[in-house]
Design a protein around this ligand. Structure first.
Ligand SMILES: [Zn+2]
Length: 179
């Protein structure tokens, strides 16, 4: 009798403590303009940085995680190359913790400003095509060296990069860029 009573109390106590030990976490995800953001991945980690739950391609900008054991969490949101981590989120028993994750776009590489058209462009300085010559890349031959000497083409070196000048103005001594 005593034993079952103890067990009963234990169960009641355990259940009460269990129900009191859970809280909710409400996460809103916005972009740098505070607009709702969709299609992101979300990772919930505990205080020891272990991912306890993750969601992929979320189609809502708000996520409610309920029945979360009270404690300290961190949330990581990723969208494409962008990543944002919020640490030290305290979830209290029987309470809802609201957080907003602001996901900033990744700084994109500066676009290539050089004019890359096949047609001889106008110089952005003198506004003329008169002194425009073309770049030659790769190992120069005897002929290209001679043409370079005569300023009929410009040697660009051997290294081929994704963004490199194609046209040059001999008068202004500039690489032609889009302006
Ligand atoms: Zn020019």
């Amino acid at each position: 009798m005593m034993r079952s009573l103890l067990l009963y109390f234990f169960i009641v106590f355990f259940q009460v403590s269990l129900s009191q030990d859970f809280g909710n976490l409400n996460i809103s995800v916005v972009d740098s303009n505070d607009s709702a953001t969709f299609n992101y991945d979300l990772y919930l980690s505990d205080s020891s940085n272990v991912t306890v739950q993750s969601w992929k391609s979320i189609d809502r900008n708000e996520l409610l995680i309920d029945s979360l054991a009270s404690g300290i969490y961190s949330v990581k949101v990723t969208k494409g190359e962008s990543k944002e981590i919020v640490k030290g989120i305290i979830v209290r028993a029987g309470k809802i913790t609201f957080i907003t994750v602001k996901i900033k776009p990744v700084e994109t590489e500066r676009s290539c400003d050089f004019v890359v058209s096949d047609k001889k462009p106008k110089c952005h300085v003198c506004k003329s095509r008169k002194h425009i010559i073309k770049y030659a890349y790769g190992l120069p031959t005897k002929k290209t060296l001679e043409l370079a000497k005569q300023e009929k083409l410009k040697l660009g070196g051997c290294v081929i990069q994704t963004c490199q000048p194609r046209w040059y103005c001999t008068k202004d001594q500039v690489d032609i860029i889009n302006k």
